[in-house]
Design a protein around this ligand. Structure first.
Ligand code: DHB
Length: 539
């Protein structure tokens, strides 16, 4: 369940507890783990050794945000901090065990390294190494107030951490050729970026600046991306394409709700129409059928529209089949579930806040089930009844940008806390100028500044995996798994579909993409399936 942490950062039940270390707690001064052999601590509760707050680059912009925690199953280590080559767990040894690299990024914010806890100790039980990197983010400032964590800083930090692990492969248990990146939401976007921008030259100046290891690569073996908030260049268009017919919004996380104004509706229509052109420009192909995926004018027909409907139906079919087989750990029957005759508990938004009991949703208004497969009446019906609009118009590059506009903050620069970034908005405003002169006067100047801002164009380019997928000069992860909740209104469902299709169409890597029914924005998955996937690709 999503929510907001005490410090205003997104919080997920699956995320681990973390805190910013004191500078005195940092292990720094060397990028060679040999120099820290006496610093490993044994954690009895989890039967692992941990090395906490080791700084992964030589010239950190902010060392408390450029460090990582490393936890190794005890079987792979000796008490003196050296590797025990003989130890085995679940068929793995210190030489073969995969390294889970799970970033803690939410909302494009800075992240702390997580400690080993009941929430992530399953990795240790499976015989995996668990690494939790800290990273800079949209709000990170140096002492003089300069913003030092704007795009691409968070990604650069994660890449520096990968390089550090590769440089220490022979000193540390775990196989640095088997690094598996995991992240949720903005962290899922980062995971997709690590998977698709491996060793790309564009990031090298940034890596050099923080003193990252430069004689190692930053490609990963595999990546899991949960609910990635990505392709920010087209996120507003995508959102308005998906929610074009739903103009009431309700954001339980921020408490904002309301109805789009006429101006916002006009912007929405323009953005949705732009998305039709964008999708058609991508020339995507359904890899199973060979069919080109396109949208017709209006966005509510065409093979791409059908494809998205099919993805929603597939997600429902998987869930309903599991439910009828009795393999879901839920207290309701199939019939009661379909009719919404059950209650479920959900987090009240704020961490530690009220847990609400909610009535189940009657799915029969838009979904039919024939005993083996589900059909929905339309994308709009499914959205209206089950996955409604959460964000108001200009969901990402907000009209009224302020210190709460996540993506505007991410695309700020050293001296600007936040900036506009949507390249399509200047044309949209121009088109609406005659009908909405007041709004034009209010917004055009701000958005117009996007055009011609080369530094901004660079920050955007470096944060979009679609700019790198299929390029000859990157090393793409061999396995990429994408999972998105069917009740995720944080971004358009089409965004992750396009990410998956681009990977399938332009690379030969193994892509496993699905929507997961009944899951909100977060680590949308069925119990155990992440580990099953890791076992499949590592054994
Ligand atoms: C996250 C959620 C958002 O709605 C968004 O726009 C960016 C990031 C997140 O949960 O990380």
């Amino acid at each position: 369940e999503g929510g907001t942490g005490q410090d205003g950062k997104p919080f997920y039940a699956g995320m681990s507890m973390s805190q910013t270390p004191d500078v005195s707690e940092l292990l720094q001064g060397s990028l060679d783990l040999k120099d820290f052999r006496d610093k490993w601590v044994y954690y009895d509760e989890y039967d692992c050794y941990g090395l906490e707050y080791i700084v992964y680059c030589d010239n950190p912009a902010d060392p408390v945000k450029e460090c990582m925690n490393i936890y190794v199953p005890a079987a792979y280590m000796n008490a003196d901090g050296t590797i025990n080559e003989k130890g085995t767990v679940n068929g793995y040894t210190a030489a073969t065990a995969p390294i889970i690299y799970q970033n803690g990024i939410g909302g494009y914010a800075e992240a702390d390294a997580s400690k080993i806890s009941a929430r992530n100790s399953d990795y240790i039980k499976q015989g995996y190494i668990f690494v939790s990197p800290a990273s800079r983010g949209k709000e990170t400032q140096s002492e003089d107030g300069t913003y030092i964590g704007k795009s691409p800083a968070g990604l650069v930090d994660l890449k520096a951490g990968i390089r550090f692990l590769k440089a220490n492969d022979s000193e540390m248990a775990g196989d640095a050729n088997k690094i598996i990146s995991i992240g949720i939401s903005a962290g899922g976007a980062m995971s997709a970026l690590l998977a698709s921008t491996g060793n790309a030259k564009n990031y090298e100046p940034y890596l050099r600046e923080i003193g990252a290891v430069m004689d190692q690569g930053d490609d990963v073996y595999a990546a899991q991306a949960y609910c990635p908030i990505t392709d920010l260049d087209h996120a507003d268009q995508a959102y308005e394409w998906m929610y074009q017919n739903l103009q009431t919004y309700n954001n339980s996380r921020s408490g904002e709700s309301g109805e789009s104004t006429d101006f916002e509706k006009a912007v929405s229509a323009q953005m949705a129409s732009g998305y039709v052109d964008y999708i058609n420009s991508l020339k995507l192909v359904n890899t199973k059928t060979g069919e080109p995926l396109t949208l017709n004018e209006g966005g509510r027909s065409g093979s791409f529209y059908d494809y998205m409907v099919q993805e929603v139906e597939d997600a429902a079919s998987v869930y309903l089949n599991k439910l009828s087989e009795g393999s879901l750990n839920v207290p309701y029957t199939l019939n009661d579930y379909l009719k919404g005759n059950y209650t479920k508990q959900s987090s009240g938004g704020k961490q530690g806040g009220d847990v609400k009991t909610e009535q189940g949703t009657d799915l029969t208004s838009f979904l039919s089930w024939d005993g083996s497969s589900a059909k929905i009446t339309s994308l709009d019906d499914y959205l209206a009844d089950y996955n409604p609009r959460m964000k108001s118009v200009m969901a990402f590059d907000n009209l009224e940008m302020n210190e709460n506009s996540g993506e505007n903050l991410e695309f700020g620069d050293e001296t600007h806390q936040y900036l506009h970034f949507d390249s399509y908005m200047p044309d949209v405003l121009e088109n609406l100028k005659a009908d909405y002169p007041e709004e034009y006067a209010k917004y055009a100047e701000g958005y117009d500044a996007v055009i011609g801002d080369k530094a901004l164009a660079e920050r955007k380019k470096l944060l979009n995996p679609l700019n790198y997928i299929g390029s000859d000069s990157v090393d793409t992860a061999e396995h990429i798994r994408i999972r998105v909740g069917s009740q995720d209104g944080d971004t358009s469902l089409s965004t992750s579909a396009v990410l998956a299709l681009s990977l399938e169409n332009k690379t030969d890597v193994d892509v496993d993409y699905a929507l997961v029914w009944d899951q909100p924005h977060g680590n949308a998955d069925y119990d155990g399936e992440l580990v099953q996937w890791i076992e499949k690709i590592c054994k």
